[in-house]
Design a protein around this ligand. Sequence first.
Ligand code: NAD
Ligand code: GLY
Length: 374
Amino acid sequence: MRDRILVRNHGEALKPTLAVKLDDHRTSSLYIGDGLLQDTGFMAALGLPSRIAVISNQTVANLFGSCLNNLSAEHELILIGDGEEYKSLETYSQVMDELVTRQFNRDMAVVALGGGVVGDLAGFVAATYQRGVRLVQIPTTLLAQVDSALGGKTAVNHANGKNLIGAFYQPETVLIDAATLRTLPPKVFTEGLAEVIKYGVIYDPEFFAWLEDNANAVLGRETDALQFIVRRSCEIKAAVVADDEREQGQRAILNYGHTFGHALEAECGYGQLLHGEAVSIGMVMAADLATREGYCDSRTAKRIKNILAAYRLPSTPPVFDKHALLRSMAMDKKVQQGKLRFVLPKYIGSVFITGEFRLVNLHETLDAYSDLCA
Ligand code: NAD
Ligand code: GLY
C-alpha cells in the first residue's frame, strides 16, 4: 500500500511499472501512475511513431483530449459514439474508412483513449488495419484500467451476441492514469469494482481481505487506494494472461461471474445492466451454484455477496426469464463441445473451471434468483 507507483522521465528510457511477458518474446509495457497524462516529459518519451490516430468519444475527448498535445507525435482524433451500441461492425467500418481516407500507412499507431467500448473497438481496428498496426491503450474507466485494456482481447458485438467478432491483439503500451478515475460517474466507477473484487476471489485472499477492510478509502477514491487496487488487479491479470495468452485453459478463470453475467447483460438489454453490475450478480450466482454443488461453503458465498454489497454492487438481477437466460448462456463463447462451463469458487483465492455440474442445481440457482427479482 505504501508502494506508490510513479514513473518519471529523466531523459532515459521509461521504466514500465509492469511488463507483461507474452509468447514469442513479445511484451506489453504498463505504466501506472497518478497524473501521467499531464506529465509532459513522460508523454513525450513514450516513443510513438510520427503519425497516430487517437480513437475516443466526445465525453472522454472533452475531458482529456488536450493531454494528447503532450505527445511528441502528430495526432489525429477519430471520435465514435458514446455507448455499448457503438461497439459495432458499423462503427468499425466508419473508423476504417477514416483511416483509409486520411491515408494512414502501416507506420502509424492506434491510440485508444477511453473506456472498454473505445478500447475493444480501437484494438480490433489496430489488429486488422493493414494486417495490424501498433496499439497503445489509454484506459480511462476503472473497468478498462483493471481489465479490458490489458490482455489483448479486442472485439465488436454482433446482433446475436457480445464480442462475437474480434481478435487477440496485444497492446505494446498501456498507460494508466488513475487521476482519470476522479471524473467517472459513480455508477461507472462502481461497476469497475466488480472486476477488482473478482481478482481477490479468483487469485488473492489477502487482496480480498484488504478490499473488505478498505471500502471507504476505495469508494472515496483516495489516491493511494486507487493506485493500489489498479496495480494489484493489473498484476493478477498479467500473471494469468502471461501463462495462457489465448485462453486455451487457465485464463478462463478471469471469466468468473461472466457465464451468468453475459447472459444477464443480453437478456436485460445492453446498457440496462452495466457489464460490471452483470458480473457482480454473476459472481453471486456462480457462488450459489458452487454451494449447491458442494464445492464451496456457504460462508465463502456469503463473504462474496457481502463485499459486493459493501461496494454498492447488485447481487440480484432486475428481471429475467429463466429459459431465455439458458438459451443466452448456450450462445456464449465459453461453451465448449456443446457443454456450458462455469468458473466456480472453492474458497476465497481459488476457483476452478468446470463443465461438470448437475442440471438440477443450475435450475435451482436460476429459480432462486428469478424468485428474488419477481
Ligand atoms: P464504456 O467504455 O462505455 O465507458 C463508460 C462511460 O464512461 C462512457 O459513457 C464513457 O464515455 C465514460 N467515460 C470514460 N472515461 C471517463 C472518465 N474518465 N470520466 C468520465 N466519464 C468517462 O464502458 P466500460 O465499462 O469502460 O467498458 C465496457 C466494455 O468493456 C464492454 O463492451 C465490455 O464487453 C468490454 N470489456 C472488455 C474486456 C476485454 O478483455 N477486452 C474485459 C471487460 C470488459
Ligand atoms: N476479461 C477476461 C479476459 O481478459 O480474459
